[in-house]
Design a protein around this ligand. Structure first.
Ligand code: PLP
Length: 369
């Protein structure tokens, strides 16, 4: 199987697995225990906190480990306590949109920040939302479907001066482009381990100390009293190692992915009628989403699966549903055409030969109808 779905998840890096294994077999102590086996685990979690903090340029104390990006996003929105106005972009992941709709149903006032035809938030949309005086604004850094990267730092100062807490879901940007918390100018940022060759079930919310986090899980005092529950030590330690590797290899990985993406796009554009969504926007180096006329995207995914290729027909969480992608719909793509969407998300172990094989197979399938 040729795996081209790295925005859904990535295979665990062997070096990450090797770092985790002792904490699954030998060092099983509870990090909160005072005796030595507990302290060994605590110390390894501290190292992981330093590694994740270093990747995004913050102090270790600004990291709260969570069970993943979904929990981090939920924790970020939980900073809204009293009924308030808040805003999210029109292209957020379901872990933001579903929580936002839930808050709305509880009496909070929700505004949506629109995107243009390339999936990019424009200044006018920010100017408009500012008039609404939102207490919190959540704008993702990079989109999981189109790969579009927002020019977030251009807007954060304006939003902050307007009194908003600014959150970004940086799950897809991490490990593919530089993600510097302070340069982005946000108050809160969500991360996930399994998108950067780390284990599933681990992530983090990065926070500026001035923001009061309201824990979602109450219980023991783990994670600086901000997220109770015995730490998933091996997964946290794996996340830390994955972060260390991502930092060391970022430039090399993204340069390589961009080379592959160019080969992929050149091949795709030789297929008559094919459109690359957000083609001219600033995108992640590994992501290409395209549409084909008169095509059912899910059917094509199944046919490609039979031929040995794993791609997605949109975001992993939305696939299986019959609704067109909400991201493409927000960009004004015709709903029928949006249903033809296929997302290819490349990874560090993919090769040019695999990309060429994919193009050839796709051409055969498209011509056969
Ligand atoms: N945010 C984005 C943009 C994502 O793509 C995903 C996963 O697909 C998540 C959040 C959720 O992260 P996790 O799977 O770690 O809960």
């Amino acid at each position: 199987m040729i795996y081209f779905d790295h925005n859904a998840t990535t295979p665990i890096d062997d070096r990450v697995l090797d770092t985790m294994l002792p904490y699954l077999k030998t060092f099983y102590g509870n990090a909160s225990s005072l005796y030595r086996p507990g302290r060994i685990v605590r110390s390894a979690i501290d190292t992981a906190r330093e590694q994740v903090a270093a990747l995004v340029g913050v102090q270790p104390a600004q990291i709260v480990f969570t069970s993943g990006g979904t929990e981090a996003n939920n924790l970020a929105l939980a900073t809204l306590v009293s009924k308030s106005r808040f805003a999210i972009s029109a292209i957020e992941h379901p872990s933001i949109t579903e929580q936002a709709l839930h808050l709305k149903s509880r009496g909070h006032d929700l505004a949506i920040i629109n995107v243009d035809a390339n999936g990019v938030i424009i200044q006018e949309a920010i100017d408009k939302v500012i008039q609404y005086k939102p207490k919190l604004v959540s704008i993702m850094l990079a989109n999981n479907e189109t790969g579009v990267v927002q020019k977030l730092s251009q807007y954060t100062r304006q939003l902050r001066e307007n009194g908003s807490i600014v959150h970004t879901d940086a799950v897809q940007g991490l490990g593919k482009i530089p993600v510097a918390f302070n340069e982005l100018g946000v108050h809160l940022m969500s991360l996930s381990s399994h998108k950067i060759y780390g284990p599933k079930g681990s992530g983090a919310l990065v926070f500026e100390k001035s923001v009061k986090i309201n824990p979602v899980f109450l219980g023991g005092g783990q994670e600086q009293e901000l997220r109770a529950g015995t730490e998933n030590a091996a997964a946290i330690i794996g996340f830390g190692k994955a972060a260390e590797l991502a930092q060391a290899e970022l430039a090399q990985r993204s340069e390589y992915l961009l080379t592959l993406r160019k080969v992929l796009e050149e091949g795709l554009l030789t297929i008559p009628g094919l459109t690359i969504f957000s083609h001219h926007g600033d995108r992640l180096p590994n992501t290409v989403q395209f549409g084909l006329p008169e095509t059912d995207g899910e059917m094509l995914v199944m046919k490609l699966d039979q031929k040995g290729f794993a791609v997605s027909s949109g975001s992993a969480c939305a696939s299986g549903g019959k609704e067109p992608s909400s991201v493409l719909t927000a960009m004004g793509v015709d709903p029928n055409y949006a249903k033809s969407a296929i997302r290819v998300s490349l990874g560090k172990a993919n090769t040019e030969a695999e990309v060429i094989k994919f193009i050839n197979q796709l051409k055969l399938l498209v011509c056969q109808g």
